[in-house]
Design a protein around this ligand. Structure first.
Ligand SMILES: Nc1nc2c(ncn2[C@@H]2O[C@H](COP(=O)(O)OP(=O)(O)O)[C@@H](O)[C@H]2O)c(=O)[nH]1
Ligand SMILES: [Mg+2]
Length: 615
């Protein structure tokens, strides 16, 4: 179900014939909807559509009013901005023609057609002058190469040429790229019996009846009960199209224009973002950090405060990176376009492209960071984000860039900058090598210490230090076969306890607990008192040279094997501690812990004073 629909915004001075042209093209009166809307008959405000000669479907958003125009250009047409620019041949270029062109120019367009309307009202000479004037005005702007088509909505002259020009524009325009579903809400109302309805332009991905959705920024959850595109009920609505969605679970009062309807958890509204800002052409004054501004993004508008990240003011003709704080949380995506108006002067002063929706606190490296983003593709953003932060959770990266970051090295749930993971690996292997050299008889190093080493390596390389990242990195080294970790220790995979390094000590230990001492060996405490090192006793126990029966007792393996044999050979009547002690030739002091040890290992079962061998 590939939708070939494209949405085009109309632009141009009031009364220059925009709506009349749309009626000629589509047979639908976009202004009539205003009236119908007032009477509650329609939900598609200022919207008309038709099929072009090529078979492509084309939709027009034609809503009167200047603010509306800005919103049409931003949210109304979606990310592929196409424009039908209208200038009346009899009146020529007007202030609103200029202002609309300025906005189109700072936003950039994917295609445009200029209709020189009211052709029937002018003679050839005036038409030629008007055409030349318009061509001159368009020079150096985003519409520089647009076709200029003379047309009359009264006589129908030129309408076929307009259709052909629109077809050529669609042919040349890039297709929308699949990303996260986003419906910019431009209207909210209630319909008797149905409940809350929102309308807007859908971008990114299809929505389906029955879907659970989140309303941003409030976080309210709702369900889509029904969908309409072009006044037809649909099971699914796909980008880019005008959509009316009837939602269950959200009240009209909880929603407002500028909100976004999307998939739960896919967006994080923001109040601060960074962007590249360009003043509109012909701006008579610089843009500074002190003014009061309004940002228009998507269908939202918000009071804004600007901070230049380069220089102290933005001169006309320039372009700078800025940080913008807005008065209310808005849903922004990297590469979104926005318009900036000066609230005091009440004029559009600039526009730009969003580059970072969650900028870091530090601003020192902003120009470098933003320049890298400005020239990146969306699927490169997660790698850039990981590069900026050292490491970032993959889920966080998806939320902040709209891309899954396929191809970026992953450690657990994290995207990690290569030098960060390599410096952590270096720090931990060097530290473990040192630890093993210093403690050749220890099986491994305490995991808690290893975590500290990783944490400080992360800090040194400028990465985050969350314990989840620390553990993910250690796990990553373990799955790579570099280290082996247990619940409480970690060692280099290559590390072997070097008993030979302590062979003399171990031989002395075996002598101390074996031979004539075998059935009554010194306790560990006594061994320590005799000068044996705890490390040696531990290593010998781990290696099986001696057997640790309790915290304070070690025996020779031979003694323990005999004890086990005695226990296993007990009759069905069981064996008492004293019989066991006699048969083993030891004292009660040793017999009891040995029996408990055998119980613990499942060799024997205790019942009262007796032990029974287990099967
Ligand atoms: N003679 C003539 N009048 C036109 C033409 N197009 C529009 N008009 C008239 O110009 C006025 C404004 O047109 P409208 O489409 O509402 O302009 P909009 O404000 O740009 O939407 C209306 O009275 C129209 O009838 C045209 O091609 N020829
Ligand atoms: Mg109109």
């Amino acid at each position: 179900m590939e939708s070939e629909l494209r949405v085009v915004a109309t632009a141009g001075h009031v009364d220059h014939g925009k709506s009349s042209l749309i009626i000629q093209l589509t047979g639908i009166d976009p202004d009539r909807f205003e009236e119908e809307k007032r009477r509650g008959l329609t939900i598609d405000l200022g919207y008309a559509w038709c099929t072009l000669p090529s078979g492509r479907e084309i939709g027009f958003v034609d809503v009167p009013g200047h603010e509306r125009f800005v919103r049409n250009m931003l949210a109304g047409v979606g990310p592929v901005r196409l424009v039908l620019f209208v200038v009346a041949a009899d009146e020529g270029w007007k202030p609103q023609s200029e202002e609309h062109l300025q906005i189109i120019d700072v936003l950039g367009v994917s295609g445009g057609v200029v209709a020189l309307t009211k052709r029937d009202l002018v003679d050839r000479e005036t038409l030629a002058t008007a055409t030349a004037e318009v061509r001159e005005r368009l020079e150096g702007t985003a519409l520089e190469d647009a076709r200029i088509v003379p047309v009359s909505s009264t006589t129908g002259e030129g309408i076929d040429e307009i259709r052909a020009a629109l077809d050529a524009m669609l042919e040349a325009a890039p297709g929308p790229q699949e990303s996260r579903a986003r419906l910019f809400v431009d209207r909210v109302f209630t319909i008797k019996g149905a409940g809350t309805v929102v309308t807007g332009t859908l971008d990114g991905r299809c929505l389906v009846v029955g879907d659970e959705v989140e309303l941003y920024p409030t976080g309210q959850r709702a369900r889509i009960r029904s969908l309409q595109t072009h006044k037809k009920a649909e099971e699914r609505a796909c980008p880019i199209s005008r959509v009316a969605a009837n939602v269950v679970g959200a009240e009209r009062e909880e929603l407002e224009r500028g909100d976004v309807l999307g998939v739960p958890g896919e967006w994080r509204p923001t109040t601060v973002f960074e962007a590249k800002l360009r003043p509109v052409r012909g701006l008579g004054h610089p843009i500074g950090s002190r003014g009061a501004y309004k940002v228009y993004a998507g269908a939202a508008e918000a009071d804004a405060h600007i901070q230049l990240l380069q220089g102290t003011k933005l001169e006309p003709g320039g372009e700078v990176f800025v940080r913008i704080r807005v008065s209310r949380p808005i849903v922004l995506d990297v590469f979104d376009r926005f318009v900036l108006r000066d609230s005091g002067r009440r004029e559009t002063v600039g526009g730009g492209v969003v580059l970072d929706v969650a900028p870091p606190r530090a601003r020192d490296d902003a120009p470098l960071r933003l320049a890298a983003r400005a020239s990146a593709r969306r699927d490169e953003l997660p790698r850039l984000l990981a590069a900026e932060r050292g490491a970032v959770r993959a889920a966080e990266a998806a939320l902040l860039t709209g891309s899954m970051g396929n191809g970026v090295p992953r450690v657990g749930g994290w995207l990690v900058r290569e030098d960060v993971s390599s410096s952590v690996a270096r720090a931990i292997t060097e530290w473990l090598a040192g630890f093993h050299a210093e403690h050749p008889l220890e099986e491994g190093a305490p995991l808690a210490l290893a975590r500290e080493i990783v944490t400080s390596a992360l800090r040194a390389s400028g990465g985050p230090t969350q314990s989840n990242l620390v553990d993910s990195l250690l796990d990553g080294l373990a799955s790579a076969g570099t280290v082996v970790r247990t619940a409480s220790t970690i060692r280099l995979a290559s590390h072997r306890v070097a008993l030979e390094a302590a062979s003399e000590d171990i031989a002395r230990l075996v002598a101390a607990v074996g031979g004539e001492h075998e059935s009554a060996p010194p306790t560990v405490k006594e061994l320590l008192a005799q000068g044996f090192q705890r490390e040696v006793i531990d290593a010998a126990s781990r290696a099986g040279v001696v057997v640790r029966v309790g915290p304070d007792l070690v025996f020779t393996p031979g003694f323990v094997a005999r004890a086990e044999a005695v226990a296993r050979n007990a009759t069905k009547e069981g064996i008492s501690v004293s019989v066991f002690r006699e048969r083993l030739g030891t004292s009660r002091k040793y017999a009891l812990p040995v029996l408990e040890w055998l119980d613990g290992r499942g060799v024997t079962r205790r019942q009262g004073d007796l032990r029974f061998p287990r099967a």
